[in-house]
Design a binder for this molecule. Sequence first.
Ligand code: SF4
Length: 756
Amino acid sequence: MKATTEIQATMEEGKPAGVGGISRRAFIGSTAAAAAALAVGAGFDIAHPQDAFADESSPVEKRYTYCDMCNHVPKCGIVAHVKEEKVVRIEPRGKYPAGPICAKGVASLQELYDPNRLLTPKVRTNPKGTGKPQWKDITWEEAYATIAEKFNAAKEKYGPDSVLFFCGDPKEPRGAMQRVATLFGSTSYGTESSVCAAASWMCAQMVFGQNSMGQDPNDKTASALIWTLNPAWSQPYRFSQFMAQKERGCKFVVVDPRVTPTVTGLADIHLQLRPGSDGALLAGWMNQMIELDLVDKDFVENWTIGFDELKAYVKEYTPEKVEEITWVPAEKLVAAVKLIGENHPMTLVTSSKGGCHQTNVGNFQRGVFMLPALYGDLDVSGGLMLGPGLPFDYTASTAAFQLEPMYVEQNYAARRLDRDDFPVWAKYYKMIQTAKLPEYVAEGKIRAGLLLGINSMMWPNTPLYQKAIKDMEFTAAIDYYIRDWTHDYVDMVLPAAMCYERTAPLAVFGRKLFMRTPVVKPLGEAREDWQIILEVGTALGYGEECFHGNVEAALDELLRTADLGVTVADLKAQPEGIEIPGGVTGDRKYAEGKLRKDGQPGFNTQSGKVELSSEVLKGFGFEGIPRFEEPVQNPKSPEAKEYPLVLSTGSRVPYYTHSKLRDVPWLNQFMPDPVVRMNPKDVASRGLSNGQEVKVYNQQGEIRMFLEETNMVMPGVVDIFHGWHQADVNLLTTRDFDPITGFPPFTCGLCEVAKA
Ligand code: SF4
């Protein structure tokens, strides 16, 4: 007898589905009640489509994996119930550190069995630029042979840097991709981090010598400053931990242009600022710290450089002046500075949304990282702790596995395409800043590419990037689906296995390592992305170095380079994970020489001190202090006469990650159409009404969306979730890149809204 649940019945009718055992209405209700951050308690019976159903009487085997739907680390653990090699039910994995599973995690199963998944390698049969692609199935062997022929031909004719090795979403295969790029000799290894969060990491490195996005509050934290993050929607597993700290008594200040569930749930004080004015708010914050005598003078005197320069700069940023620029009431700013200053230790939490997507990020975001230092709460328990962890990057790879020593020894950096455009970025990262991809292709510097999870809509002014992909002589994409807005412009698409079907990478939580094992075989001819990349490397002539595509062998090499005395076999034998002993602990490690690579007291910055004025930036001809500059497009710029609304894009919703998951019925029912959010005042002044179709436009283009009238957004601002291929907001965002980081101004453009 086949299993029959409500979900199965509704899916057969082709309607949006509920979850087995729960009606669709109840599912929506429970999701809304939890701000759509649906926590899975007892697990759900789910199966789709019909051919994924299993016999009810078959035995169930529990297998373990983790979710990668939001592409964050750590990922939430999943127990998969497998019948007849089909996943029929999922539930949270109890001892796994991250959880519970949110709505996207639940829906991952519907994506796994989505009949529209890409399941065979395909090559286009009509030339690019001649209309929609015609696809023909090919074998993996044919695909690899073509890629090797095209890449090696480009290398011979134009040099190895002419081949781009790009890793978009998911981030997980970066280690393998960078290894293959370096073996091939290409310095053109790029990732989506060049528009995501890497600006924040490099700013932290400039200030205190270590990658950081801040640190979540813990039981010792007295106050937390969240500079624009909404984990209630974007990272539910994290938000529950924040709420626990709130209940314990931790004070919260949240800086955010929107009234999000994180604001309503956590904030003792909410600073609702105009998007893009963060640098001015920050200068005002520092001004008040000095005025109110809240700066840790001992720390500043002994462990920082540039304080006098900084002090002179922030002097003019009085709360009144800051109110004028940022729209934040002066008294609220003062109250926030005091609340944090009176509750030590404080910690700081930042995000890519809040920090990185501005034309001033290279300055502003450095300033944010200076606050814990100025308060004296850097590298103290409960504050923003520093110190080396395990030798993995955040995608669980090692520098040695990625062949960074070879990159350095052979001076790859000297050949990078981006070194003149973004020299500071090039100093900090061994991945290129891809902001100027259209220029590099137009100049003939990039001719071919292996493009994993690439999305043309991730860059401002999307059509330029679509053209760049089209104009390359040969490109092979790797993905779960054919996504027209990008794959219309490539030559080949290769099917990637999803999280339930993959092994790599390892999961690293603090000092604990876990092995992921596939819970089912990949559907169709899909292969896991690590395997595909290593097999491409093998086809290019690096079989031994790429383990002939054997993923477990690659992970063993990765573990060997981590030098922790743990192997794949050890991890497979311990599904509950292996804790790695040791680590550098304790407060104020900088004073004891426990932070610097040379063992000297201080920080891993150029000066060895916390740099309130950056020596690195001065070396590149920039100013050292975090000076505020208005966004290129701002309410006082000439374009504002015609386009008076501030355009803020990129904030998250609970049911989608970027452009992903739009076709998953369980999620799509919550937001089936592109939405622009506006304050009731702006709606009324334009004679618009809630729910109507409108056009959003500026000097660059126009998109059609449905209007949501909401007090979540402040007057004068529109908020648009990105990634709608039918209404791509990056048709409206501009290529005004921050000169330090190369990041685009996704949160601070201009636009107007009118009846469609
Ligand atoms: S928060 Fe949700 S989408 Fe992200 S890993 Fe956890 S279950 Fe998956």
